[in-house]
Write a protein that binds this ligand. Structure first.
Ligand code: NDP
Ligand code: 1BO
Length: 325
């Protein structure tokens, strides 16, 4: 049986399943977080760019801290530094803003959201007239050094990466005094990330799977695309085990040692998604799941939403998915 926690290279314990909060509206997220905490979640994945950290903070106030049902030390809170805040002078203010919004004295984990810096300022998606992004010439190694100061100052317990490829991880490792403890990347049965996972594991970096359910409601999904949750092989395993497709997918991840942060705003699904520690996939089930890998990246630029080009445009030299893994 897989453990519900993983011990990170810093010695901290991180719950293997956390609640994702991207695209959960500020109106929904308080209820979602309360439901998750009551269902046993102790790991919440946040980010400044999700625009809902104040509302996450409202829920935390109700359940966490002195006199409340959950001691702060039991909770594992992650947030992420947005791309417009990569300049070393902007890193600490950005982290302090997140702490204030969440109502916390420290974060357990702070991630560099992407290896690409956008133009500094308060516009989250600074764009040129032609719709392309306005980037900034700030290397992620310099941003990392500034993030290390947050550990030294006690604002965050550990720092990590998100959307970094193997070469970029090595760049960070070549300068790091505080090693990245995780890399959070897209990962699901259609994008199993075996090579990146092995690279991370060699460097004691824990992989966290984002979009673990294949982000079925992402705005840029093709209308006729079959959702991962409807894949016949997964349905077949789910029927056999009397579990849901989401549970089979999440179980597969935790059983292979990958942490996941499924998002839901629906109480029944929030509860369902953490019920993955009371059953095991057989070797045969795992083979079936592994046969689904086709390196299909769902979050890949350029993405068109309603005819508009999204910010993820591949021209930036730091764009992580030029490399194989
Ligand atoms: P997920 O793969 O978690 O899918 C979320 C979608 O699946 C929602 O539409 C949700 O709908 C639905 N869903 C959830 N549970 C079930 C279930 N049991 N059965 C059927 N449908 C279900 O996608 P995300 O892209 O949201 O990824 C998860 C989290 O990862 C994010 O919320 C965010 O925290 C993080 N993330 C990080 C990124 C990064 O760059 N570091 C990028 C993308 C995500 P409903 O809410 O209606 O239940
Ligand atoms: C726009 C940010 C991607 C989700 O983490």
């Amino acid at each position: 049986m897989s453990s519900t926690f993983v011990t990170l290279s810093s010695g901290m314990k991180m719950p293997m399943v956390g609640l994702g909060t991207w695209k959960t509206t500020p109106e929904q997220v308080r209820e979602a977080v309360l439901c998750a905490l009551d269902a046993g979640y102790r790991h919440i994945d946040c980010a400044a760019i999700y625009g809902n950290e104040k509302d996450v903070g409202e829920a935390l106030k109700e359940r966490v801290g002195p006199g409340k049902s959950i001691p702060r030390e039991e909770l594992f809170m992650t947030s992420k530094l947005w791309n417009t805040k990569h300049h070393p002078d902007d890193v600490e203010p950005a982290c302090r803003k997140t702490l204030e919004d969440l109502g916390l004295a420290y974060l357990d984990l702070y991630l560099m959201h992407w290896p690409m810096a956008f133009e500094r300022g308060n516009l989250e998606m600074p764009k040129n007239d032609d719709g392309t992004m306005r980037y900034a010439d700030i290397h992620y190694k310099d941003t990392w050094r500034a993030m290390e100061n947050l550990v030294t100052k006690g604002l965050v317990k550990a720092i990590g990466l998100s959307n970094f490829n193997a070469r970029q991880i090595d760049d960070i490792l070549s300068v790091a005094k505080h090693k990245p403890v995780v890399n959070q990347v897209e990962c699901h049965p259609y994008l199993a990330q075996k090579e990146l996972m092995a690279h991370c594991s060699r460097n004691r970096i824990q992989l966290i799977a984002y979009s673990p359910l294949g982000a079925p409601s992402r705005p840029w999904a093709c209308p006729d695309e079959r959702s991962l949750l409807d894949d016949p092989q997964i349905l077949n395993v789910a029927e056999k085990l009397k579990k849901t497709p989401a549970q089979v997918i999440l179980r597969w991840q935790v059983q292979r040692g990958v942490a996941c942060i499924p998002k839901s705003a629906k109480p029944s699904r929030i509860k369902e998604n953490i019920q993955v520690f009371d059953f095991t996939l057989s070797d045969e089930d795992i083979k079936k799941m592994e046969s689904l890998n086709c390196n299909k990246r769902l979050t890949v630029p350029p993405i068109e939403v309603n005819g508009q080009s999204e910010w993820r445009d591949a021209k930036n030299p730091f764009f992580p998915f030029h490399d194989t893994y």
